[in-house]
Design a protein around this ligand. Structure first.
Ligand code: CAP
Ligand code: MG
Length: 410
């Protein structure tokens, strides 16, 4: 009798996509897990006169384990259209209808492990963490960046001045904010050209820095827009993966005409990741971004910033960026969101050094302005890198002292 219940069975990890779900349900867990497996593979809410034993045996998902509110379900590789479907079809299978199933209640996709034959279909990051470090000539220290603030409203010239001041203050990275693209107050062409001039000026003064221009737009236009901003001098591009889609990241990363690193912002992820009982954790999102070729990805602030997030989960995201996976290059983990100098010691203690730490308000809100805000961030990163307490370091670094006086320590 064909069934979805294969508790305790060992499956060949090269032949299955294996998912972990957290389930909050009135149903017995066995019933809920079987309903998930059926709905996402060969079943539906009722039995069918058209399903055969062979179909379920060959293509039915398998419930491998149930422990408390967790269940592990394996989807046969044949359920995925390797060549054509890409990430959109993967998500339709492992996530898809699940979150709306009345019968189940709440559930969350906590993790996914892909077999080699699927990972091999993806190229992963072109630059990755190492490539970014080479571009910036920053082999070991955390990268330290800013987000131009206010997030919208500055015209191109002032945006470029912000970037120049941030670079002159020692930052390695800056970026457009997630809502800035090609508004009338700051046309993307004018902004890209002005920022490129600021970066060239910094380079001539011996300072390497990249700025990510946000190319988030419609799928049929995003590669063309990225090609244009590259021709206008962009040294890095940014894409909002949740609003643009994983396929947009992959299109940019795999297009031979795009030769600059991709900073991946995850704005709107909170709609999926925030509820610990319902949605999709950031871990599968992180793995998919790495497969699709993101070079840097926001992974949270390890419990010390403004955005909600479980430090353990953020650390799992960071490790998913850096741990071996399908031979892909490492992704630069980005810690951002309510960051200010006084928290960098605690953050680096948790994250280690292979991260990009960035602050918008934590730079532009410094009483001395952007350059001194940048200096304070760099001083805090230097202190953390050298293992010196930030408060001690501040005794001999006035810009950091002022930042600690304004925002305190974490
Ligand atoms: C940070 C930020 C980023 C957040 C997004 C913002 O600005 O620019 O978008 O980091 O969160 O708009 O909030 P501040 P996450 O430094 O001024 O907070 O990185 O968690 O996706
Ligand atoms: Mg932002």
């Amino acid at each position: 009798m064909a069934t979805y219940m294969h508790l305790g069975e060992q499956v060949d990890p090269d032949a299955y996509v294996i998912c972990e779900y957290r389930v909050t349900t009135e149903l017995p867990m066995e019933k809920a897990a079987a309903a998930i497996a059926a709905e996402q593979s060969t079943g539906t809410w009722t039995d069918l006169t058209t399903t055969t034993e062979r179909i379920v045996d060959d293509y039915g998902a398998k419930v491998l384990s149930i422990e408390g509110d967790r269940t592990v379900i394996a989807f046969p590789v044949e359920d995925f259209s390797i060549e054509v479907g890409g990430v959109p079809q993967i998500l339709s299978v492992i996530a898809g209808n699940l979150f709306g199933l009345e019968s189940i209640g709440k559930l969350r996709l906590e993790d996914v492990t892909f077999p080699k034959c699927i990972l091999e279909m993806y190229k992963g990051p072109r630059f990755g963490a190492k490539g970014l470090r080479e571009i910036l000539d920053r082999p070991e220290k955390p990268l330290v960046g800013t987000i131009v603030k206010p997030k919208i409203g500055l015209p191109p010239k002032e945006t470029a001045e912000y970037v120049y001041e941030a670079g002159a203050g020692g930052l390695t990275n800056s970026k457009d904010d997630e809502t800035l693209t090609d508004q009338r107050f700051c046309p993307i062409e004018d902004r890209t050209i002005a920022v490129a001039e600021a970066l060239d000026r910094l380079a001539s003064e011996g300072h390497r820095m990249v700025h990510a221009i946000n190319v988030s737009t419609n799928g049929d236009k995003i590669v063309e827009l990225a090609e244009k901003v590259q021709s206008w001098g962009a040294k890095q591009i940014m894409v909002d993966v949740i609003t643009c889609g994983f396929a947009a990241v992959q299109a940019l990363a795999e297009d031979p005409s795009i030769k600059v690193p991709i900073h991946v912002h995850r704005t709107m992820h909170g709609a999926l990741t925030r509820d610990p009982l319902h949605g999709i954790s950031m871990l599968p999102i992180t793995k998919l971004v790495r497969m699709c070729g993101g070079d840097a990805l926001h992974i949270g602030t390890l419990g010390v910033g403004k955005m909600s997030g479980d430090p353990k989960a953020d650390l799992a995201n960071l490790n998913a960026c850096l741990d071996p996976m399908g031979g892909f290059k490492e992704v630069m983990p980005v810690c951002s969101g309510g960051v200010y100098p006084g928290m960098i010691g605690a953050m680096v203690e948790r994250s280690g050094r292979n991260v990009q730490i960035q602050a918008g308000g934590g730079v532009a809100g410094h009483p001395g302005g952007v350059r001194k805000g940048a200096m304070a961030m760099c001083q805090a990163v230097d202190a953390a890198f050298e293992g010196i307490p930030v408060a001690k370091y501040a005794e001999t670094h006035p810009e950091l002292r002022i930042a600690l006086d304004k925002w305190g320590m974490r």
